[in-house]
Design a protein around this ligand. Structure first.
Ligand SMILES: [Zn+2]
Length: 238
């Protein structure tokens, strides 16, 4: 992140503060000035603490932005893998795994997690590649990686029972620009060159949500952020 020329000074400043947990979130403001602030997110009626993790990953008001980033990462990675795939490979995105893809009349995939982000299916070679992309707060990347690996074990077993060779690759990215240490090897395993894998991992690390936050009256905020959230979305996500 700090060596990346594509990252502007304002984003670097925000990221450094967020990683050091010194952003002026409501939670921090309540610690510093307890007489003047409460620690809760002002975007909800519920009492959720407005921590750094909440702002960049957990606020329901901005769920759409988090999902947009996730979907953009899915598009980026899947299009790069598709480029190096064989011609007879079919790609499915954002879909649950369907039994008819494998000529199964019975839905063997019901009642288990069956929605990896991308499926590459080579019917001739009977090979399946499952890609799962996760975006989490940076501290939880290892936990999220392990959770996803475990989550999709049942579907791997079923696919193997159906006679397919399967690979599951999990890519985990942090909200503050960290990339999980298995992303590079995952991209290599998916068929990308070493150079391309390195480039793509670096690009994904800064492909934060780019939508600009609009104020309630519909105007795009000009940077004079009055709340931490607006600061975040003007500095980090644009
Ligand atoms: Zn919130």
């Amino acid at each position: 992140m700090y060596k990346n020329a594509a990252v502007g000074e304002d984003i670097l400043c925000f990221t450094a503060k967020a990683r050091l947990q010194v952003l002026p979130t409501k939670y921090n403001l309540a610690l510093w000035y307890p007489a003047h602030h409460h620690p809760h997110c002002i975007m909800h009626s519920g009492h959720q603490l407005e921590s750094v993790a909440h702002v960049v990953n957990g606020c329901t008001m901005y769920k759409g932005l988090y999902i947009a980033r996730h979907d953009r990462l899915v598009d980026l990675i899947s299009s790069n893998v598709k480029e190096v795939s064989l011609e007879n490979v079919t790609m499915y995105k954002h879909s649950r795994i369907m039994p008819e893809w494998f000529n199964s009349s019975f839905d063997v995939f019901c009642n288990i997690p069956n929605t990896p982000d991308v499926v590459f299916l080579n019917r001739d070679r009977r090979e399946v590649l499952l890609l799962v992309i996760g975006c989490v707060f940076d501290l939880y990347m290892e936990m999220a990686f392990n959770d996803k690996i475990l989550k999709y074990q049942p579907i791997l077993e079923i696919l193997r029972d159906l006679g397919y060779q399967c690979k599951l690759i999990v890519f985990t990215f942090g909200s503050l620009g960290h990339v999980h240490n298995r992303v590079f090897s995952g991209l290599r395993l998916a068929g990308l060159s070493s150079r391309k894998s390195k480039q793509l991992a670096k690009f994904c690390s800064i492909s934060a949500v780019r939508e600009r936050v609009r104020r309630e009256d519909g105007r795009t905020d000009n940077g004079s952020a009055c709340t931490t959230q607006l600061y975040v979305y003007n500095c980090f996500y644009c």
